[in-house]
Every structure is written in C-alpha cells, then in structure tokens.
Design a binder for this molecule. Structure first.
Ligand code: ADP
Length: 477
C-alpha cells in the first residue's frame, strides 16, 4: 500500500525540483543573453568610434597602433580614450579587397578576411560573430565597413574576449547548482516535517478508531491542534460518533423491545400448550385452548408485520412511490370500511371534508397511516364517544386531522408518542392489544412524503392527531 506521507514528500520534491530547474535555466539563459548583449553593445560602439576616427583621419593608419587614438583627441574623456586604446590593440584594418593594412599590438597571426565576410560588408552592414582565437580563447568579433566617397574603403575588425563572460556564467551555474541543491535538501527535510504534521490527526484518528469497540462507543477524538481544519475534523468525527452511538443504542433498544414484545405472546403460547398437553381434554377444551393460542399468533403476526413495515420505511430505499393523490375519496372509502367497527363499539365516526388540492403521495402508505390513527382513535375512545376525520388546507399544507373524544394523553407522554414501542401506562394497563409501533409507522410514512405529524391532547377529554402533507408547487384549491 502506498503511503500518503511519501506521496506528499515526493510530490513536493518533484514540484520544487522542476520549478528550480526551470528557474535556473531561465536565469542562466537570461544571464547569458544579457552578458552577450553588453559585450556586443560595447564592442560595436567602440569599433564604430574607431571607424569614424579612421574615416576622418586615414593618415593614422600610417602610425603605430598606440597612436591610432590621438592623445589630443579633444572631444573625449580620459576614460573613453583609455577604452578606445584597449580595443585598438585588437584591431585589424583591411583594404576593401581584404588586404591587411594595419594591425594592433595584441593581434596574433590571423588568416585573411573570408570572402563571405567581405561580401557581407560590401552591403554596408557591420557583421558580428563568435570566434575562437588560436590559444582557444573565445571572443566576439565585429567587422565594420569604413566608406569613403560612397564606396568601401577600409574594413575594421575588432575583438572582445568572452573569457570574462564565460567565467561569470560558469560562476552563475555553480551558484545555481549549489543553491538549488541546498533548497531541495531543505525541502526534503521540510516536506517530511510537513507530512508528519498533516498526518498527525489521521494517525490519532486511526488509533482512536482502532481503540473503539462495539462495547465502547463512547471514546472520542482528542486532538489538541491550533489549526482550524484539524479542529473541524475532530468536531466532525466526534459528531459522527455521537450519531453512530445514538443509532447503535436505538438499534439495540429496538431489538430489545422487539424481543421483549415477542416473548409475552410466545410465553403464553408455550404455557397454554403445556397445560393443554398435561392430560386428555374434551374437544371443547381443545377448541378453547386453540382459540387462545390463535389470539397470541395473531398478535405475533401483527407485531412482525409492523416491524417489517418500519424496517422497510426506515431503510435506504423505502417502497414509497409518489403519485398525485386526491385525499377526499381515500378518506371516504376508509371511513366507510371502518364504519362497521365504529358501530360495533358504539362510536360515532364522521367526516368533515373541505376542498383541498391533490398531494403527491403513495395511496397505499397514506391509507396505512390513516388506518393507524383511526384504529387508535377507535381503540382509545369509550362507547358513546365520537371520532371525526377532518380534511382542510392550512398554509402550504393539506391537513388530515383525526379527532376523538377518548381518554386523551397525559402531557408527560406526548413527546415520546412517536418512539418505537412506546405506550402510555394506561394503554399497557388495559392491554389495548397495541404494539407501540403504530405511531412510529405513521411518522415514518408522513416524513417520506415530506410532511409532519402533530398531536394535541387533553387528558380525559380527547386527542387530535394531524398529518400535514405539502401542497405540490402549482397546485391550488
Ligand atoms: P399502540 O399500538 O400501542 O396503539 P401506537 O404507537 O399507535 O401504539 O400508540 C402509542 C401510544 O400512544 C398508545 O399506546 C397510546 O397510549 C397512545 N395513543 C395513541 N393514540 C391515542 C389516542 N387516540 N388516544 C389516546 N392515546 C393514544
């Protein structure tokens, strides 16, 4: 497996080396161009001055090289005269045909003027070239035509050594190499330190994660870092662990409750069967025992169905398909179906429907949510009471309220009603037959539709459970 620290280190080094290389090449080439320009400029300007001198006073050619720049040349400073004399030592003067007429004291034996150079100078343009002297010294050479009466009279050739430029460039190259090497070395050490710094929280994170076990989800990341990013990482990791711990605990509680809820009917079933099997019974006794067992099996079936529903709804892909649903016919059909049950319990079941737009919903699941609410309302309302289903529009929502004049709920229970397996003491005492999963299922269904549920209750007077579903954009009453 590749190491991230190594990646940071190698990438930093590769990038830096590349940048340094590009920088060094740029500086070296730039330095070379600037030096050559300086040498060329100086050489051409001095040679041109000498050419002018000769053009004006060709008689100077008859004297020795020291006198080529006259001491009494009025218009020049001492420094200029000195510079001119220095160049004059390397000067050669040729006739228009390329015959050597005069040469400076520093000039060694040199071949005659090449015909290519001669041809070029006949055009009147000066010529610059890089040459190497017999002793191997590199030099820049300028050849300048000196005209007389519009025709080429003399050719002046002057050299300037490139030894100094080459030494300077060599020095620059050494400086750049040593400098770059030092920077790369520092970067190598620095990137190691940086990689360690960057990876510290990751190491702490892995150690904490490794130290965590299912039985110890309370461990939290302790990272003492002055950097905001690491601080945020710590917070995010700990917040995730909080959520994870809560989810695990809720999952554990859920399994615990489910097992507990299943144990009761199973224990009753087991007891019934054991007692029945203790002796030979009459057919009526067997029938009663079987009926008692059937009741427990029905309870188990209901519990399993509710558990399955909740698992499906709370899963990643809940089986809810949203289509336009008109709620009035859905409510009326359901109420008609439950009318027999309400009559049986001597409860008046009514509907109050106001015009409401269609919502986007899954008719089957919405039906299930209403069944759960109506089932509760009918179960927790005494004979002679009333249950009403009201359809209305409230703000941007369609509201379906299930109202009853039943036993009501004590305020202390209200915040917990939608928790799984939660039942009020009253419901437990009466053994209402409920599972404590009806309202959590309603909540899951409604939330999968983008809505919410509200409860209002007055203990001893009755309760109202209201489902709010969003009105889709563009829909109106
Ligand atoms: P159950 O299957 O026990 O009814 P629910 O989740 O549907 O489970 O309801 C949870 C608890 O809320 C019930 O046990 C009951 O105590 C209380 N409850 C729900 N609806 C009503 C109601 N309409 N009137 C009074 N109490 C209710």
């Amino acid at each position: 497996m590749r190491s991230f620290g190594g990646l940071i280190r190698n990438s930093t080094l590769a990038l830096l080396t590349l940048l340094l290389l590009a920088f060094s090449v740029l500086i070296y080439l730039g330095g070379e161009v600037l030096l050559h320009r300086y040498v060329d400029g100086r050489l051409v300007s001095l040679a041109q001055t000498l050419a002018q001198l000769i053009e004006q006073r060709p008689d100077l050619l008859l004297k020795s090289s020291e006198d080529l720049v006259p001491l009494n040349d009025g218009g020049r400073t001492e420094e200029e005269r000195h510079e001119l004399r220095e160049v004059a030592h390397s000067v050669l003067i040729f006739s228009a045909e390329g015959k050597l007429l005069w040469k400076g004291s520093d000039v060694g034996p040199r071949p005659t003027l090449a015909t290519a150079v001669l041809d070029r100078l006949h055009t009147g343009e000066p010529l610059l070239e890089t040459v190497r002297h017999a002793d191997g010294t590199p030099a820049r050479r300028v050849s300048i035509p000196i005209p007389r009466h519009d025709s080429l009279r003399y050719i002046l050739q002057a050299d300037e050594s490139l030894l100094f430029s080459e030494k300077t460039l060599k020095g620059l190259l050494i400086l750049l190499t040593i400098g770059s090497g030092a920077v790369v070395l520092l970067a190598w050490l620095g990137s190691g330190w940086l990689a360690r710094k960057v990876l510290t929280p990751i190491h702490v994170l892995s150690r904490t994660a490794e130290a965590m076990s299912e039985s110890d989800l309370g461990t939290r990341l302790m990272l003492d870092s002055p950097f905001g990013e690491f601080h945020r990482l710590t917070q995010a990791f700990n917040a995730m662990m909080d959520r994870f711990q809560r989810a695990c605990e809720s999952q554990r509680r859920f399994v615990d409750y489910a097992a507990h809820e299943m144990r009761t009917p199973l224990t009753i079933l087991e007891g019934n069967l054991e007692v029945t099997l203790q002796k030979v019974r009459t057919p009526e006794e067997y029938r009663d025992a079987l009926l008692g067992n059937l009741e427990q099996v029905e309870r188990l079936t209901m519990l399993t169905r509710s558990l399955l529903m909740l698992t499906k709804l709370a899963g990643d892909r809940p089986p809810v398909e949203l289509v336009p649903v008109s709620l009035e016919p859905l409510i009326r059909t359901l109420v008609n179906e439950l009318m027999i049950l309400a009559d049986d319990r001597h409860i008046t079941l009514t509907v109050d429907v106001q015009p409401a737009p269609s919502v986007r919903g899954d008719p089957q699941w919405l039906n299930q949510a209403l069944i759960n609410l109506l089932d509760n309302a009918l179960r927790y309302t005494l004979p002679g009471g009333c249950v009403m289903v009201r359809l209305s529009v409230e703000g941007g929502h369609v509201a379906i309220a299930v109202e009853d004049t039943g036993q009501g709920i004590e305020p202390v229970h209200i915040p917990h009603l939608f928790e799984r397996f939660y039942r009020t003491d009253l419901a437990r005492a009466r053994e209402s037959g409920g599972t404590g999963l009806g309202l959590p299922i309603v909540k899951e269904i409604v939330e999968r539709h983008g809505g919410f549920v509200k409860v209002e209750s007055r203990f001893g007077k009755g309760s109202v459970f209201t489902i709010y579903l969003p009105i889709p954009a563009g829909m109106s009453v």
